[in-house]
Design a protein around this ligand. Structure first.
Ligand code: DC
Length: 211
């Protein structure tokens, strides 16, 4: 079973994908991490994330970079969004994601284009979203916990900029697949969001819903 979980930044898609993977005993890939690694590598190389050549060169980042704590930084998220507009970068990361999706037994992948490009044949496609305000509030609390000083307004501005770039890029834009089930987590707790996702998976695969 392939479960595709797409959606914007801080929508809760990563948490849902991880929880579904644990529930069904499936391997999980956070594909945003690959784009973040490319963004981080461009930075380390002193390159320009808006330059297709610099960004493509950074796709040969070492695997060890995937463990870099800086990948979670907001700045790296912004770089990831910028390198992800280049078709050659998306192409370079395609095979790795595709083979993860196609492994025997199935997998859960979260990102922006899993249901539309990476695994259009996925049995289950979820599009997890939430209002900018709700997402900014979550990100704000998360950053405060990590001791990062940033205002709610700065986070909201950044999310809007990234949404705009991810949604309007020419290749593999952030859009729900035609057959995706949309889950809006704006007013849902983590538990409620996971329950909604589980119901959606069960409905898509013909299982009985949870009592
Ligand atoms: O999910 P995230 O915030 O870690 O993703 C960071 C950026 O990477 C996001 O703004 C766009 C890009 N991305 C993408 O284009 N396609 C994916 N499948 C995953 C992420």
């Amino acid at each position: 079973m392939i479960i595709a979980v797409d959606g914007p930044t801080a929508s809760g898609k990563g948490t849902i994908a991880k929880a579904l993977a644990a529930h069904f005993g499936l391997p999980h890939l956070d594909t945003g991490l690959l784009y973040r690694a490319v963004g981080r590598q461009v930075f380390l190389d002193g390159g320009d994330p808006d330059d297709g050549g610099d960004a493509l060169a950074a796709t040969s980042f070492p695997d060890s970079l995937l463990g870099d704590p800086h990948l979670r930084d907001e700045a790296t998220g912004g770089l990831a969004s910028r390198v992800s507009v280049h078709p050659a970068v998306r192409q370079a990361l395609y095979e790795r994601q595709r083979s993860f999706a196609m492994q025997p037994g199935g997998a859960v992948l979260d990102g922006r284009d899993i249901g539309t490009v990476i695994a259009p044949e996925a049995e289950v496609k979820l599009f997890v979203t939430a209002s900018v305000e709700a997402r900014a509030q979550r990100r704000f609390l998360e950053m405060r916990e990590r001791g990062v000083h940033v205002t709610l307004l700065e986070i909201e501005d950044d999310l809007r900029r990234r949404d705009e770039r991810d949604t309007n890029r020419a290749v593999a834009p952030l859009v729900p697949a035609a057959d995706a089930l949309v889950i809006d987590t704006s007013t849902l707790s983590r538990e409620e969001a996971f329950a909604a996702a589980l119901d959606a998976v069960n409905a898509a695969t013909g299982q009985q819903p949870c009592p």
